[in-house]
Design a protein around this ligand. Sequence first.
Ligand code: ZN
Length: 158
Amino acid sequence: MKIAKDCVVTLDYTLTDEDGEILDSSEGDGPLVYLHGHGDIVPGLERALAGHQSGDRIQADVGPEDGYGEWDEDLVEVVGKEDFDDPDELEIGAQFEVDTDEGVRVATIIEMEGDEITVDLNHPLAGMQLHFDVTVRDVRAASAEELAHGHVHEHPHA
Ligand code: ZN
């Protein structure tokens, strides 16, 4: 079966940056399972996978416009130390989830000066040239229930 809209696809993947540094991989977490055609994965990778089938290996180079977006200076904010639950735990590079108008975002602390903490709300992979090395492990049609919910059911849920 070929990958098309409304397929459930299982992938092994390694994600590297321009320098070949590994950013993420299915090796530790197990394969990625996603619903094709529903924006579950970045557009550049989704497009590269379309039409492939189980056993295929695909290399895809994905720029920010087809990946996690351009890095946006407006998403850098200075906040006060008192805004954090655990001010003692703060350090440069620390990441935490924050609720914003556009949903949950990952914030990264990029600067600390006294009580002023500079956080970057860009996606950690924003602005990056990404290289995916992907092997398709399985392709199946999504069930009616999965399509109704808009996500994959690997394990039954209430
Ligand atoms: Zn569901």
